[in-house]
Design a protein around this ligand. Structure first.
Ligand code: SF4
Length: 423
C-alpha cells in the first residue's frame, strides 16, 4: 500500500458547514480557487467547478508521484503513529490509469459528505459555532453579562471552545438558488453514498427539497444515505423518502442516558429523543434502514460508557449487527476540557477497572486501557481542570439548570477537587 496515496480526491466530495469544499472531514484545508486567494464555496461554485481545478489536479498529481499533500498531514501522522487513519488507497492502480498526467480526472465522485449548515437547536458541550450557531449566540449573550468571561473563552481557544469566530452567524450556502439546484442535480446524477451532517439537517427545509428533487428525477433508489441527527426533531416527509432509498442509516447522536445526555446536549429532552428513535425504528421494519448509536465520548459521559452500551443493546433487543450499530469514531479530543485525558489519574484508573468488566469488543478494551495511561502531566491536567470547572460552572449558572455537572458527576467533581490540591 502506498504511504501517500488516498482515493478521496478521486471518489469523494466534502462540503463543510460554511460551504467550503475540502478533500474530506479530516483535513482543515479548503480547496483554493485558481487565483489562490479564495476558496471554492458551494454557494458560489458547483462541484464541477472545483473538481478539476488547479489545486485538485495538483493534489492528484502529487499523490500519483508519491509526494505528500499538506491537506492530508493528519492522516500521515496517524499512519506513522500506527493509528488507523481515514486514508484509503483502494483502487489506486485503476484510478491512476484513468487520470491524465496533469491530474485531470473526468469521472465524478460517487461519495459525498454534505454538511448542510451550522443551524442547530442545541448547544452541546463539545460543539462550537462552526457546528451550532446556537453555541455562538449563547457565548454572545453570556458576553453581555460578563465581557471578561467571553474574552477568557476566546483567549483559551480550543481549550474550551473550538471556534469563536463569526459568533451567532448562520451558515446557509444553499440560499443561493442557482447553486443549490446545481448541487441537487449533481447529487441526483452522481452520488451513490451520501452522508448528511449539520448543524441539525432535519431542521433545514432544503434538506427535504434535496429528497424531493431526487424523487422527481427518479434517483432515490440508487442512493445509500447516512443521516447524522440529534433526534430532537423528525419530519413525516421522511416516512415517504427513506423507504425509497437503496439503503439508509441514522447516526444517532446520543451522549448518555436520560439527564446526562440532556445536560451534554442542552436543551434536548430524553423523552423526545426516545420518541424520535422509535420513529426511525418503526421505519426500519418496512425498509432497508438501520440505526447506529454515535455517542461523542468525552469526560462528561465516559463513566456511563458501559451503561450506554447495555441500554443500546436492550433498546434494539439483542446483539448489535449491520442494522443496529455502535460507532467509535466520535471520541472528543477538542475542546480539551471535554477530553477524558484531563481527568484525575486515580479517577481514570478506577473507572477503567470498572469499565473493563464490560467485554464489548476489542476497540472498547483498547479505548478503556488507554484511560490508564498518563497522557498529560499533572500541572497540565490541573490547568485544564480549572478551565473545565470555570467554563461549565459559568454556563450552568447562565442556563439556570437544576442539575449541574457537579450534581450529575459527583465522583468526578470530588476527584478533581482532590487532584487540584496536589503539588
Ligand atoms: S489522506 Fe486523509 S486527509 Fe487526505 S484525503 Fe485521504 S482521508 Fe482525507
Amino acid at each position: 500500500m502506498s504511504n501517500v496515496f488516498c482515493n478521496f480526491p478521486w471518489v469523494h466530495n466534502y462540503v463543510h458547514p460554511n460551504g467550503k469544499f475540502r478533500l474530506c472531514c479530516t483535513t482543515s484545508q479548503d480547496i483554493v480557487t485558481n487565483d489562490k486567494y479564495h476558496s471554492f464555496h458551494a454557494g458560489k461554485h458547483s462541484v464541477e467547478d472545483y473538481w478539476n481545478s488547479n489545486r485538485m489536479k495538483e493534489i492528484r498529481k502529487n499523490m500519483m508521484k508519491g509526494v505528500k499533500v499538506k491537506d492530508c498531514i493528519k492522516c500521515y501522522q496517524q499512519d506513522e503513529a500506527g493509528v488507523d487513519s481515514l486514508r484509503n488507497s483502494s483502487g489506486m492502480k485503476d484510478l491512476i490509469a484513468q487520470t491524465s498526467e496533469d491530474g485531470t480526472f473526468k469521472k465524478p465522485g460517487k461519495i459525498m459528505q454534505l454538511q448542510m449548515t451550522n443551524i442547530c437547536n442545541l448547544k452541546c458541550k463539545m460543539c462550537s459555532q462552526m457546528y451550532s450557531h446556537m453555541n455562538g449566540l449563547e457565548l454572545l449573550e453570556m458576553g453581555k453579562v460578563s465581557p471578561e468571561w467571553l474574552l477568557w473563552v476566546k483567549e483559551q481557544g480550543a481549550n474550551v471552545n473550538n471556534w469563536t469566530n463569526e459568533l451567532g452567524e448562520k451558515q446557509e450556502w444553499y440560499k443561493n438558488e442557482e447553486y443549490k439546484l446545481k448541487m441537487f442535480k449533481h447529487i441526483s446524477q452522481n452520488i451513490e453514498y451520501l452522508n448528511v451532517v449539520g448543524g441539525e439537517p432535519t431542521l433545514v427545509p432544503e434538506f427535504y427539497e434535496m429528497f424531493e428533487y431526487c424523487e422527481k428525477e427518479g434517483t432515490l433508489g440508487n442512493k445509500s444515505i447516512t443521516l447524522v441527527t440529534n433526534l430532537t426533531n423528525t419530519n413525516p416527509k421522511l416516512v415517504n423518502f427513506l423507504p425509497k432509498l437503496k439503503k439508509w442509516k441514522i447516526w444517532a447522536s446520543i451522549d448518555g442516558i436520560g439527564e446526562r445526555t440532556e445536560y451534554i446536549r442542552y436543551p434536548s429532552k430524553w423523552k423526545k429523543v426516545l420518541e424520535s428513535l422509535d420513529f426511525y425504528k418503526d421505519l426500519t421494519n418496512s425498509s432497508n434502514g438501520g440505526i447506529t448509536l454515535s455517542p461523542a465520548i468525552q469526560l462528561l459521559n465516559i463513566d456511563q460508557l458501559d451503561d450506554i452500551i447495555k441500554w443500546w443493546k436492550s433498546y434494539v433487543g439483542g446483539e448489535l449487527d449491520e442494522k443496529w450499530g455502535f460507532t467509535w469514531l466520535a471520541t472528543v479530543w477538542y475542546p480539551l476540557i471535554c477530553n477524558p485525558n484531563i481527568a484525575p489519574q486515580q479517577w481514570r484508573e478506577k473507572l477503567a477497572d470498572r469499565l473493563l468488566n464490560t467485554k464489548f469488543d476489542n476497540f472498547y478494551s483498547n479505548f478503556v486501557n488507554a484511560l490508564k495511561k498518563e497522557e498529560l502531566p499533572l500541572h497540565k491536567r490541573q490547568d485544564l481542570q480549572r478551565s473545565f470547572m470555570r467554563y461549565n460552572d459559568a454556563q450552568d449558572k447562565f442556563r439556570g439548570i437544576t442539575k449541574t455537572w457537579r450534581d450529575l458527576c459527583p465522583e468526578l467533581a470530588t476527584a478533581i477537587a482532590e487532584e487540584q490540591k496536589k503539588v
